[in-house]
Design a protein around this ligand. Structure first.
Ligand code: UFG
Length: 342
């Protein structure tokens, strides 16, 4: 079996494409499966330009088990990173069946085929959403998960549990769940980045589109939260730092360093940042003024969540490196590049 081979589902997407770049840089041979449901082929060109390598690409939906089986039949890899999933919280509330079907079926297909084809290692994309409105901050991996407040969040909790049960029942398989906090920014080359479809839900793409004049004004959702400046606190993690966490997780499994068959790590910076601080950081980093106003709270937002990253620091030997303003510069450079291409 090719220990250097990694299958990346959703590898054309935002986190997937940055992870593919870091994997290639670390000497891994990557096979990408993506159905472009929330991505497009330009990210594959970006990966090729940055790395000088064109990874193998198969256009397929992970819910189509026979199509996915072909990939397991044809390509040799010991590890899988499973990103392919829907991720819009609001849409998941409106269309729960779509989320449960897509996110759980694709995940089950991947792990069942790993078992059948004896491919031992999987990294699963989980989320800080599993902590909900935590009582004690920062959250550690031992902080109890809260009942999910959206079907999207529930698919992350359910997939974590399914993964734990499957690897516990099969001593060939190992799994690592990475709980991401808020991924932001883009590759420093500005050749890959986040490409939201339609009106962005997330803060940083909304900010960059407002700065670019695509959106008129950023609404800051709430200034009356019990936080120092009244806006929500989050842990914004640079996308390249996040991508590197996947490489160290794969290294750990490939090198047989983990004693446990299932492990969970928070992937964040460990520092809370308010919405106002983020907006000001963006203005400072890019030397521009943003049009914004305070609006009502957004339904479903938690007041504050940030990570205790001790486990990832000590066990994975990983920590966030890029500072917030540098990250916000990459976000703006990417937005400018996207506009230039249009
Ligand atoms: N915000 C604004 N204005 C906007 C967009 C966001 O003020 O236009 C605020 C939000 O209220 C929140 C913060 O910016 O306080 C961050 O919001 P994001 O939408 O960027 O991120 P969330 O923390 O809401 O979302 C993250 C992940 C999701 C995950 C969710 C669960 O991106 O995948 O946490 O809580 F589901």
């Amino acid at each position: 079996m090719n220990k250097k081979g990694v299958l990346v589902t959703g590898g054309a997407g935002y986190i997937g494409s940055h992870t593919v770049v870091e994997l290639i840089g670390a000497g891994y041979e990557v096979v990408i499966v993506d159905n472009f449901s929330n991505s497009d082929a330009s990210s594959l060109d970006g990966i090729a330009k940055i790395t000088g390598t064109k990874p193998i690409f198969v256009e397929a939906d992970c819910c189509d088990k026979e199509a996915l089986r072909e990939v397991f039949e044809h390509y040799d890899f010991s590890s899988v990173i499973h990103f392919a999933a829907y991720k819009a919280v609001g849409e998941s509330v409106a269309e729960p069946a779509k989320y449960y079907r897509n996110n759980l079926l694709s995940f089950l297909n991947v792990v069942e085929l790993m078992k059948e084809y004896h491919r031992p290692n999987i990294v699963f994309s989980s989320s800080a959403t599993v902590y909900g409105d935590a009582e004690v901050l920062p959250v550690t991996e031992l902080t109890p998960r809260k009942p999910a407040t959206s079907p999207y969040g529930n698919t992350k909790q359910m997939a974590e549990d399914i993964l734990r049960d499957i690897v516990s029942a099969n001593n060939e398989l190992r799994g690592i769940a990475l709980r991401y906090f808020n991924p932001i920014g883009a590759h420093p080359s500005a050749l890959i980045g986040e490409l939201p479809r339609g009106v962005p839900n997330n803060l940083v793409p909304y900010i960059t589109q407002t700065a670019a004049g695509v959106r008129e004004c950023l609404s800051i959702f709430g200034d009356d939260y019990p936080t120092p400046d009244g806006s929500c606190l989050r842990d914004y993690i640079d996308i390249v730092d996040l991508a590197r966490a996947h490489v160290v997780a794969i290294n750990r499994m490939v090198e047989g360093k983990s004693e446990e068959c299932y492990e969970v790590f928070n992937i964040g910076t460990g520092s809370p940042v308010s919405v106002f601080e983020l907006v000001q950081g963006f203005e400072r980093a890019n030397n521009l003024k943003l049009n914004y106003k305070v609006a009502a709270r957004r339904a479903g937002d938690v007041t504050a969540v940030w990570a205790d990253t001790t486990r990832a620091n000590e066990i994975l030997g990983w920590c966030a490196e890029r500072n917030l303003e540098d990250t916000l510069r990459t976000a703006w450079a990417w937005e400018c590049n996207v506009r230039k291409e249009k």
